[in-house]
Design a protein around this ligand. Structure first.
Ligand code: SF4
Length: 401
């Protein structure tokens, strides 16, 4: 198997990445939120300049694929008019902030769970002239909500989270540490930036410009006293499923991809849209025309839909690194996956669609051939190398039940 190319950076809108089907343009909505008019405008842009689809990333961003170098400037002009582009590519890359998408909104008291004010303060600090020069994939998580965490399974180097001690207690925690220090809505962003500066000053960034907090902590780095504490994070909420949720509604797309035309329709039906890192969107105040959704093949509204138990990256032919197709195989195998299990089909060992371990992973290794890997990542040691997946059974994929 040839080793995947690790880029060390993520595409943006101003700095797109070339793929097998053209440029990938990644739009990073501020606070994971789009107004209805931004969502409609974004959909129109994807139809005009991309392949007509929008896909959700596992950092709650939105990719437009199939863009050409000739039309990219026009696309950027349209995104600027929608207020969906940062001032420059550096600011865009650094504004890597994941905000709890199912956050409550207390209109009477917006400071009760200040996810958005904290994320805004972080974004402003990261856009400043003296902002810490962080590695491309380094990210922040803001995850406050009624004594629970929703983003505990999502990657983030510096985390501002609900504390175990109560509904309105928050902590700042370096990824890799089991506990953090108490913060408030007013102090959280400033201390998080201080932690980012410490990460750089203490050697967290390698000579190749890359670095993750978890690796730095595992390597023995010691946080200064003001940035460490003994408060545990709140418990992790159960993984959200499509359907009514917290007064709103979650809607899933197979493989996180939706026709732009349908996305625009959703904005008309539901108003502002919050993007989640879970291949779903959230309508905080429900959907006006929700009955229509039950008969629409573009959306997954049934929490027991087999397609929710499979993840697959773009694969061949869209990704130049892919050693085989992914999504058609994942669709074919989805009925074999028991509820509560997950099958990851990856076009190569990089495992973009699911960087962590999965109960079963099929990693393409060449024409018609896949490695079956159990309880590990797409790059793990195969239990059955080089198999042809057509005759696989549930027991083959999940031998321990
Ligand atoms: S995991 Fe998939 S999308 Fe990522 S580089 Fe490999 S083939 Fe491409």
């Amino acid at each position: 198997m040839s080793a995947p190319v690790i880029q060390g950076w993520c595409p943006g809108a101003l700095r797109p990445m070339m793929s097998g089907d053209g440029l990938v343009v990644r739009v990073r909505p501020r606070n994971n939120s789009l107004t209805a008019s931004q969502a409609e405008g974004l959909a129109a842009t994807a139809i005009r300049h991309g392949n007509g689809y929008l896909s959700l990333s596992n950092r709650a961003n939105i990719n437009i694929r199939g863009v050409t170098t000739e039309t990219h400037p026009d696309l950027i002009a349209e995104l600027m008019a929608l207020d969906l582009v940062d001032a420059n590519a550096e600011n865009e890359a650094r504004r890597n902030i994941l905000v709890n998408p199912v956050r409550p909104h207390f209109l009477g008291d917006p400071d009760l769970y200040p996810n958005v004010p904290i994320a805004d303060a972080l974004a402003d600090a990261l856009a400043g002239p003296d902002a810490p020069r962080l590695p491309g994939k380094f990210g922040f998580v803001v995850d406050l909500h009624l004594g629970l965490r929703y983003l505990g399974r999502d990657i983030g180097d510096i985390r501002i989270e609900s504390a175990e001690t109560g509904g309105q207690d928050f902590i700042l925690r370096a990824d890799g540490m089991s506990t953090g220090t108490r913060v408030t809505g007013d102090t959280a962003a400033g201390l998080a930036i201080e932690m980012a500066r410490w990460f750089i000053a203490s050697g967290g960034v390698g000579p190749d410009g890359r670095g993750r907090m978890r690796d730095h902590i595992a390597g023995g780095a010691q946080l200064p006293a003001g940035l460490t504490g003994d408060v545990s994070p709140a418990p992790q909420a159960r993984p959200p499923k499509p359907g009514p949720y917290g007064g709103g509604k979650l809607l899933a797309f197979a493989f996180g991809q939706v026709r732009a035309e349908k996305f625009a329709w959703l904005a008309k039906a539901g108003g502002s849209i919050r993007i989640t890192p879970w291949r779903m969107v959230y309508f905080s105040s429900g959907l006006k025309r929700r009955r229509d959704l039950h008969h629409d093949g573009d959306f997954i509204t049934n929490p027991a839909d087999p397609l929710l138990n499979v993840v697959a990256c773009t694969g061949a032919p869209g990704c130049p690194q892919a050693l085989g197709p992914t999504r058609a195989l994942a669709r074919q195998l989805a009925p074999l996956v028991p509820q509560g299990k997950l099958l990851h089909v990856s076009g190569c060992a990089k495992g973009c669609a699911h960087p962590g371990p999965a109960p079963a992973t099929l990693t393409a290794t060449g024409p018609g051939r896949y490695d079956l890997i159990l309880n590990d990542t797409a790059a793990g040691t195969p239990a059955r190398p080089g198999i042809q997946p057509d005759d696989l059974t549930t027991t083959d994929l999940f031998p321990t039940g």
